[in-house]
Design a protein around this ligand. Sequence first.
Ligand code: ZN
Length: 278
Amino acid sequence: MWPVDPDDFAPGVSKPEDLDHDESWYFLVLDGQLVCVSEQGIPRPVTGDELRWLDVELVSSHYLGRFRDRHCFAAEAEGPVPEGYAATGLFSWLGRVEPSVFYLAGRAQQVVEWHNSHQYCGRCAERMQDHPEDRAKRCPSCGLVSYPRLAPSIIVLVTRGDEMLLARNANWPTGMYSTLAGFVEPGESIEQTVHREVEEEVGLKVGNLRYLGSQSWPFPNSLMLGFHADYAGGEIVCQEEEISDARWFACDDLPNVPPATAISRWLIDAFVHEVQSR
Ligand SMILES: [Zn+2]
C-alpha cells in the first residue's frame, strides 16, 4: 500500500484568520495543468510568497485545509506559464511526490474542476452560491445542494489456488496485464459490482470477496475499492472490445503489471505474499 498518515492533513473550508500566507501552498491549476516548482525533478506546489510575484490572474481560490504545518489552497489561474515554473498533468506527480502530496494535488484539481462545472444550478439554472460550512454549493432559488462528485469503482484480483487472473484491456500499452475494474452503478452494492464486473469482463463466477483497501484515483474523480475474490466457476470469455486477453498466471511467472503507485499492483503483491507464506 501507498502509506498515508491520517494526521498529515486536516481538511477545512474556511481559511483561518491566523493563516501564514507566505508559507501556504497553492495548487495552481492553469489550463487544466498544475503549476509547480521543480526541485531536482520533484514537483512541489507554489508558495504564497512565490504566488505574489507571478504574472498570473487568479480566477478562483479554495481553501483546502492544513497539511502538516502549511495551509493549502486550490486555485485556478489564467495567463502564460510563468518563467522558471512548469505546468504538468497530475499524472506526472504520481510516484514522484510523496503519496499524501499526490492525493492533496488530486483533491485540489477535483475541487477546481467541480467549482467550474457547478457554477449554475443543474435543476433551475440559477447561479449557485458557496455553502458556508461544507464543501458544497447551494442554489438560492430551488435549494439544490451539489457536492464534489466522486465515481466509486471496484478493482478485483480473482484467484484460483496459487494462480491469479490478470487481463489486458484493449486500450492499454502492449503487454500490460492487470486486475479487473469497473464503475459502481446506481442501486448496486460494492459487492454486487464485483460479481457483475467479473462476469461481464471475463464470464466467471466469484465468491468469498475480501476487501483489502482503497485508493483515490483522481483521473478524473474515481475512488477505487480493492478486493480479492475466489474463482467459483465458469470458463474465461473476454468481453468484446473491452478485454483483449485474460489468463491465469502463477506468482513466479507474471507478465508486465502496473507500477507500485496503483492499487491493482497492491492487490497483486498482497496475493503473491500470501502464496509465498503458505
Ligand atoms: Zn436551482
